[in-house]
Design a protein around this ligand. Sequence first.
Ligand code: NAP
Length: 476
Amino acid sequence: MTLPTQLFVDGAYRHSASGRRTTLINPATEETFAEVAAADLGDVNSAVESAQRAWESGWRDLPPGKRTEILFSVSRKLREHLEEIAQLETLHVGKPISDARDEAGLGARVFEYYAGGITKFYGQTIPVARGGFDFTLRQPMGVVAAIVPWNFPFAIGCWKVAPALAAGNCVVLKPASLSPLTALKLGELAHAAGLPAGVLQVLPGSGSTIGDALVTHPLIRKVSFTGSTEIGRRVMELASRDLKRISLELGGKSPNIVFADADWQRAAESSPMSVFANTGQDCCARSRVFVERSIFEPFVEMFVSATRKLVVGEPTKPETQLGPLVSQGQRQTVEEYLSNARKQGSRFACGGGRPHPKGYYLEPTVLLDVGKSDRCWREEIFGPVVCITPFDDEAQMLKDVNDSSYGLSGSLWTNDLRRALRVSRAVQSGVLSVNSHSSVHVEAPFGGFKTSGLGRDLGMTAMEGYTELKNVYVAE
Ligand code: NAP
């Protein structure tokens, strides 16, 4: 397998202007395996300017049917290369290969969805009071900067690139420093499938070096960012200077609420993967579990037993369910949370240790008796750690659920329809699933309340976010 190690600009791989490179380490082996070009400010300028030229000289005015054809072709090309994409993803982020295959497939499906969406996305005619003819147009913005994290690098890259291109924009995609390979592959494959040069530029490079330059570049009209709330705030501040459009998909501390009337055994069996999947590095991780007191003890017993059965190991093996954390730094951060939990007197029902001598592995960890003001309860840990707590009263439980700065996702388990509707309305989150742990549907909007974000990815709502709305009035 050849690794993409350059910038992908104007339809070809290129060196960075500075010659600077970023070292990639396989988190499963702790070995260095590649060096990838790191863009600097000069690369940002030239990539954005040439994306603008590609937009003005063709992509903006391409007939919708032609854009549809190209995006379907990108989707087919991605499908031909799913295994290669999955292998690259596993190599740099340590994701279990079965998950990486699913996420590669999801990326291809996202291109299909938006390819089909292009000709089904339109404005309105409005019967304005004074007569005449009034209609709205959805128009592309220009060049969009898409900045993505390392936890679902390929899938989230596709969530942003596909609707932005479908709406008629060009895109500069900046992957996280830890995970540039699948973003570069996306650029290469999209170009091979017929996307014109310059329409999708891929710029690996450090966020602290090129992030501000991208966000403040005068030709960037929209910044679509997924990452931490801390960097999201910075993006929002910088973008406010010239009122750039932004969408922010940020952190989470999502609840999983289990009532005694539910099929709570099914909830207990399935809940460990709702927080530990991707080794807990998931913005939607259900990391605070609220269980009605009458079933608390058997629920915890079943949850812990299901957790102990999870296969933690070499991510390239098909049976592996949890790989390593993405980096040494990420494991250190999570271990600091665990030592804080020990100091605060939380009980470790299982986990907390390192299961393998090599690789950035950490056992999935179940914490009980965590105080509602403890760091593990309040902050996004972004590792395989869950806090489980009992509740007696629905109203108090909802207060505790909503006593969080975040509001991204969550699950609710009950067989009482009225309760399901009442609690669904009350939980302050952008996404919620009842008797299930699903968060993401390509066809439905995804995003957060409060500090979990602004704007929505996926569904046709995302396409709205990559267009300006124009009203045209024609006098009779
Ligand atoms: P991060 O540190 O905020 O980084 C995200 C991206 O921003 C990376 O590409 C990073 O580049 C870049 N960046 C860093 N500094 C920047 C700056 N000053 N200006 C512009 N961009 C900058 O987040 P992460 O650690 O990669 O990802 C974990 C976080 O993402 C978690 O909080 C998680 O909840 C959140 N997340 C949210 C969603 C969602 O949909 N809500 C989905 C996935 C992840 P470098 O890598 O080069 O630093």
